[in-house]
Ligand binder design. Structure first.
Ligand SMILES: [Zn+2]
Length: 419
């Protein structure tokens, strides 16, 4: 019979002031005059950020290992270290005009969870690991979510190493230069579960006045280029009935992109963000129009259905008008539905802690998307001011920062098991 008395963790809470102070401390590295942060991946400033965070981890008694793509793993031992770790993490690189919270919050929330476990003397069955992933932002080197992508074997280490910035510097060279090319093989260790805490980067939670978004998954994306070809002609002498106006047909298709997204609520998104009109002259009937179509939805089946509907509409418009319409897919990113065990753990933690919460979806990519290929994964969203990120004015409220981290603590404790 197991005589071990389970530690009661019901009242465990993180130290919100300490977490906030750490966020503000890290934000000093690369601070911009407008209150944001510019800490591009694999720069000297990124090295300083990495040194600060790994220093904090060591102070909290964690071991730090670095893999070959520069991902950092900060580990707090469990009672049974043969179990795969329960992991959390995010990234500490920023956009050139980035904010203090995007990514940084997810990493420092993990450190705060460990500091709290230390304060309260709570031992977990499985180890706890906090990761920072290299080059999530993708602004200096492509592809985005590079470190987690290599870890999840979405692409090879060699592919990532070869990426060059605009000055011709390589990922491998820059990793070596800042001393963050580690010996560990990316993806070498299994993960029990992965949680990522993040600002929402959208306006839904703030609009609903809700503290916690229980993230169900990340939207699937399909990108198309649409080209409509008609005939240029003089705007004066050509009667309306005898025109082949490529822009008129294009605007109908553009309206259908939006209408289609409206038919596929709650998560359908349809955007035309780029339009080129030829010859782009005020007294010439447009002979050719090229525009982008961005469709998103919560599952691949739904986003593919949206694409079919838009294509069918475009083909009918082509037939009715006699103009040539071509739609070509240029990129496709699969939807990621998070594992119900992790989604439910987040929902239970929010409820137990008395925070208002609602299901949420992520319209942006995150490291958790790649982790979800390896282990049950989930995300915790908190509101950010006006839904704005990738901007120096990005802001979040201390009480939301605290709440998200408390949810992380309890979700991780549930998965890690408390001795
Ligand atoms: Zn991020």
């Amino acid at each position: 019979m197991n005589t071990q008395v389970a530690t009661d963790t019901t009242t465990a809470r993180i130290n919100g002031d300490r977490l906030w102070a750490s966020l503000m401390e890290l934000a000093k590295i690369g601070a911009t005059p407008k209150g944001g942060v510019c800490r591009l991946t694999l720069t000297d400033l990124d090295k300083q950020g990495r040194d600060l965070v790994t220093g904090w981890a060591r102070e909290a008694g964690m071991t730090v290992t670095i893999d070959k793509i520069g991902n950092g793993f900060m580990r707090r031992a469990g009672r049974n270290n043969s179990l795969p770790p329960i992991m959390t993490g995010s990234h500490i690189d920023t956009q050139p005009t980035g904010g203090k919270f995007d990514g940084n919050y997810g990493v420092l929330a993990g450190i705060e969870v460990v500091r709290t476990l230390n304060d309260l003397g709570i031992e977990t069955e499985a180890p706890i690991e906090v990761a920072f992933w290299t080059n999530e932002e993708g602004s200096r080197f492509v592809p985005v979510m590079m470190g987690s992508g290599v870890f999840a074997k979405a692409f090879t280490l060699e592919h990532a190493y070869a990426a060059l910035d605009t000055e011709g510097k390589s990922v491998k060279g820059e990793l070596e230069r800042i001393g963050y090319i580690g010996p560990q093989e990316p993806g070498d260790h299994p993960i029990g579960a992965y949680f990522e805490t993040h600002i929402e980067q959208g306006p839904v939670l703030e609009d609903a006045d809700v503290t916690i978004g229980v993230v169900q998954g990340v939207l699937g994306i399909r990108w198309f280029d649409c080209t409509v070809t008609g005939m240029e002609a003089h705007a004066g002498p050509t009667p309306m009935a005898l025109r082949k106006d490529a822009l008129q047909i294009s605007t109908r298709i553009m309206q259908e992109v939006v209408a289609c997204a409206m038919r596929h609520q709650p998560h359908g998104r349809g955007t035309v963000g780029m339009v080129q009109v030829f010859p782009n002259s005020r007294n010439v009937i447009p002979g050719r129009v090229k525009f982008s179509i961005d469709l998103r939805n919560a599952t691949d089946a739904l986003v593919d259905q949206m694409a079919d509907e838009v294509k069918a509409y475009a083909m009918k418009a082509a037939k009715d008008s006699g103009l040539d319409v071509k739609i070509e897919m240029v990129s496709s990113y699969p939807a990621q539905v998070f594992h119900s065990d992790c989604v439910d753990a987040v929902g239970r933690a929010a409820k137990k802690l008395g925070y208002s919460n609602m299901p949420a979806v992520s319209g942006a990519g995150h490291d958790a998307v790649y982790m979800a290929r390896l282990a049950p994964s989930g995300m915790i969203f908190i509101p950010c001011k006006d839904g704005i990120s990738h901007n120096e004015i990005e802001d979040a409220k201390p009480e939301h920062i605290t709440a998200g981290c408390n949810v992380l603590l309890h979700a991780m404790l549930e998965r890690a098991g408390v001795v």
